[in-house]
Design a protein around this ligand. Structure first.
Ligand code: NAD
Length: 426
């Protein structure tokens, strides 16, 4: 898929991202029999904040950026969710992503609600100094929203441990103290957790293995295609290949590579590191069109870049028998039934990419304790938590005779409903 085609797919569905969440919520609520009193709360985000961020650019001129933060729910605990830097960040997208976080945290059995934030900017076109000033302006503007027991951001597309360290610094200056638990995904040594950087990709790997086991398929005999070579895609591709899965296609916004014999993922990672973080020019396979990756002749498809890439048209042409959603919202709601009719198993985003928020929770626990675990300890806890979440979702899907996606929503709704009932209303 070319960037242009992706952009138009995104634009086409952008206005309906929150509607896509509601469509799945309503389907799950109906099948499960959720009380309307709970459903109506979940259809409406708790708080939506929009800020204007004047930033001094390197050329000496002020540029004003739009920043967003939505708290969808705090029923199960403080809101948790990443911060995205991208040009298509908007109210609707942040609202949808915040709602997904509510369901994701509930599926992962974490004591958190859901939130999400973002800044409309193109981080690739900004200097490090500009990004630092923008991040600190955003933190200062939202200092009364964030808080270690209120709302805890983390990295998402376009942000990383670097931005999280800047957020902690700005937050600490506002409140004149040391509050590492205000964000997760920090650098190790500054309150970050071992294993956090690779956690989302690791979770994708664990979910893939769990699904293959249910399907009675040997991982060593299957092939995969991974879209996106950032935090999620790169680590997912690497860890899948370590498990013996032949990764035949990888791609980012600059290029897509195909190699039937399997791509040398460590070589691709090395290449990207030496070439500005992108795959353009990597010679470990032949270049194919971006669109061809999603419909490639592989057993497993891992969309780990953008939302809304699996449209109805793409769904009709997918050959993989298993889709593991590393990205948030890669499948449009209208494509769900096509995938289901084709018998394709879809491990939904709110389960498949919950490894990141699970280790974020571990980081927050370690910050609160002031005691830090080894990578091995983190990975063991993560893997068992992911497997348990997968089992719950699988069992709910079986019990309610529905897809894993709706099974995941039902898993979340059961927990949220208990929370609402226990807390009561006024
Ligand atoms: P990232 O910024 O690290 O990487 C994004 C990747 O997508 C890059 O390789 C980029 O080149 C690629 N990309 C962009 N446009 C593309 C296009 N048109 N075609 C193919 N590839 C394209 O972001 P990330 O953190 O890896 O996040 C990716 C997805 O995973 C997002 O949907 C995000 O919300 C979701 N997610 C991330 C985390 C996390 O811990 N980082 C956790 C859960 C979910």
């Amino acid at each position: 898929m070319t960037t242009k085609t992706n952009a138009s797919a995104t634009e086409q569905h952008e206005s309906s991202m929150f509607d896509a969440v509601l469509a799945r919520l309503d389907t799950a609520a109906k099948i499960y029999g959720l009380s309307e009193d709970v459903a109506v709360v979940l259809r409406n985000p708790l708080k939506q904040v929009k800020v204007s961020l004047p930033v001094m650019m390197d050329n000496g001129k002020i540029q004003v950026f739009e920043g967003f933060r939505t708290i969808h729910s705090t029923i199960l605990g403080p809101s948790k969710g990443g911060i995205r830097y991208a040009m298509d960040v908007c109210d609707d997208e942040v609202k949808a992503l915040s709602a997904w976080m509510t369901f994701k945290c509930a599926v992962a059995n974490l004591p958190y609600g859901g939130g999400k934030g973002g800044i409309k900017c193109d981080p690739r076109k900004m200097s490090i100094g500009e990004l630092e000033r923008l991040t600190k302006a955003y933190t200062t503007a939202l200092a009364d929203v964030f808080g270690p027991d209120k709302d805890i951001p983390a990295p998402d597309m376009g942000t990383s441990a670097r931005e999280m360290a800047w957020i902690v610094d700005a937050y600490n200056k506002v409140y004149r103290g040391n509050f590492p638990g205000v964000v997760t995904g920090k650098p190790v040594g500054l309150g970050g957790s071992m294993g956090r950087e690779t956690a989302t990709g690791r979770g994708v790997m664990v979910a893939t293995l769990a699904a293959l086991k249910k399907m009675d398929i040997d991982p060593k005999k299957v092939t995969a295609a991974v879209q996106g070579f950032g935090n999620v895609g790169l680590n997912a591709a690497l860890l899948l290949s370590v498990q013996g899965i032949r990764v035949c296609a990888i791609g980012d916004h600059t290029t897509t590579i195909w190699n039937e014999k399997g791509i040398h993922i460590q070589g691709a990672i090395r290449y990207a590191k030496e070439n500005g973080g992108v795959l353009k020019g990597f010679t470990g396979g032949v270049e194919i069109k971006n669109t061809e990756l999603l419909t490639a002749n592989v057993d497993i498809l891992v969309p780990a870049a953008l939302q809304n890439v699996i449209t109805e048209e793409v769904a009709a042409n997918i050959k993989a028998k298993l889709i593991v959603e590393g990205a948030n919202g890669p499948t449009v709601a209208e494509a769900d039934h096509i995938l289901q009719e084709k018998g394709i198993i879809v491990v939904p985003d709110i389960l498949a990419n919950s490894g990141g928020v699970t280790v974020s929770y571990f980081e927050w626990v370690q910050n609160n304790y002031g005691h830090y675990w080894t990578e091995e300890e983190v990975n063991i806890k993560h893997d068992s938590s992911m497997r348990e979440a997968f089992e719950h979702v699988w069992n709910n899907a079986q019990q309610y005779k529905t897809s894993l996606r709706i099974g995941a929503y039902i898993t979340a709704l059961k927990k949220i409903e208990l929370g609402v009932k226990a807390k009561g209303n006024y």
